[in-house]
Design a binder for this molecule. Sequence first.
Ligand code: BGC
Length: 718
Amino acid sequence: MDTWTLEKTGFDPADIASDGNRFLCANGFMGLRGVPEEAGSELFPAITLAGVYDQYRDRWREPVNAPNCLFVRTAFNGREYALGPKPHEAHLCELDYRSGIYRRETDFGPITVRSERFAYMPLCHLLADRYQVTAHEDGELTIRAGISTDIWDINGPHLFDFQFGQGDVLTVQAITGQKGIKVAVSQYIQKDFEAEESRIQDGTGVFRLLCCPVRKGQTLTLDIFAAVHTSEDTTDPLERCTHVRDLTGYNQLKARHISAWDEIRERSEISLEGSDEAALALHASQYHLNCVAPRHAISMSIPARGLSGQTYKGAIFWDSEIFFFPMFVYTQPEIARSLLRYRIETLPGALKKAAEYGYRGAFYAWESQEGGAEGCTNFNVVDVFTHRPVRTYFRDKQIHISADIAYALRQYYAITGDRTLLEEGGAKVILECARFCLSRANVRLDQREIDFADVIGPDEYHERVTNNAFTNHMIRSCLESALSLEQIFADDPGFLAALLREMDYEKDWTLLSDAASCIRGPRRKNGVIEQFDGYFDLEDCSLETVRGRLCDPREYWGGDHGVAGTTQIIKQADVIAMMALFPEDFTDQEVAANWAYYEPRTEHGSSLSACMYALTACRIGRLDEAWRLFMKTAEIDVTGGGKQWAGEIYIGGTHPASNGGAWMIAALGFAGLQVRNGIPELHPNLPRQISCLTFPITAGGRRMTVEVTHDGGTIRTL
Ligand code: BGC
């Protein structure tokens, strides 16, 4: 079995949304959905731009999709051939996970269309497509290649004031409605045939028409080069786009693209022996996370649905620090650094949000957009019955986000041994997050105890609860991380002293240690930690019972009216996520008791859930379950699984958190990798389905190779 290629035979309009995600090409700057070249908006074509957002009227703010600059459609003897809206059997497409190259071949009868394309990795503004048409009869071909403005937008339109250029390089420049950001794209072609050439411009874009006679059996090849720039990355994006005409040929570009991917894989690839299905799933996961990594930017994070479209408003969630960060910090620490730099740079947004709620310190956006702006609305779900927006509290109450960021900053230092990120703003972020936690605390004077009331933990189905175990534990760790700065900078006490002074932090500093020790620990029953105060009093029924109460499969389970809210059924790992992230704070017996209690009560309604259960399952020897949850996590973007709807909101896309989760299960769970006092160690828990795992890591600035078999594990320094 080929474990490097995702293949699909036949075109089915019912799969359009999911195939666009599964066959994504991306390079961190942009994501090109896996749709055919000739796609109009009904097939959801999108070139989603990282970090460029817009709001249209009062709709949700979301990332901007650029005009489709790889558009091509072919007509033979006056009839256009295009996929959709009907199924078409004679079609195959594939994505090579080694290099992110997408290929399709469609037999339309009189002609066959073949193409191969990629989002160029060495220079993130470029796309390339080799498009070939073979005629099966003599006739007249008309190829329409150009820039289509008929693209997918969930809450758009976002682009206005279009200017079209019809020179040898076709161009389109438009500006975003809200901020007037210029978005420019271009298309240039090289061809191996003579044709009569003309231009057309209509309401759907600007195109060149190439008309020529063809003989039966003749193949015409068109190499298409496209560029995308915005005024966020250069002052004159339109001018920059015209440089596509200077590119050398397609084959050279492709060779450089492949070697850029070879390097990425050399630094991050986990090779798994024993199960081809698992190897394919792991290759898919690693491809999908690597292809959306911001290699072009020193301060940028990754949206929860990667660059597969505008779902989840293209926003940055805790997914970045808790689920994407581990793979990067262990394999490509400069990317982990970029994710955290994004938080350092968006600190002003977090300070502002805290102040708006009447708190001090940094309260990071639950759904962070550029500059740390909060993308999460007060009404984040639409009720399927009334079609009314439902008041949700993710934005106001999911306070663990700030502590999660502090957690990742501390991990970065622990794993890389690199203090510079802390010096360059990271320490300040930790201190501001700790200050927020102090100011958000509810102090019970009569009991010398600190509660965190009115919060939401990772399990979002239970809103506005008190003393969520995960939140309290994360917050304690945040306060301890702030205190640990003293030890980290023990050789340079002046640095911390000056920082505390500059931040007017002396009083807060004196509170930290006392506060950390007073945070209410979780209540327990028979060794099981209560997820929040009163959780055990909720109706204890099975997942099937709760599912059986749904009147509509797209119904939202959480909040006041959701089927799960009054029961012990939870959306995703919560207590178990805490145990996975703080393994040293819990014994094996505690993990085992909590796993046994919570797993059957977990819907796994978020793709973030299974990996936390799998990680902890490894530790307690539930290896068959770890395997099952690993496959569920790793396969998600192979099968196109995961929830597609929350109420009436489409939430499909790729799943970088699961992709990162798959890496975590393999490396931290199966191989049992841990860094203690700067030294990596292995505690293997290899399931019987795997015979050998090998992967590269970087720790303490040194590159190493890990190999784990059923005979044990070794770490070799390179
Ligand atoms: C999950 C969150 C997650 C978000 C983005 C939600 O469904 O509950 O924990 O951050 O999706 O992945």
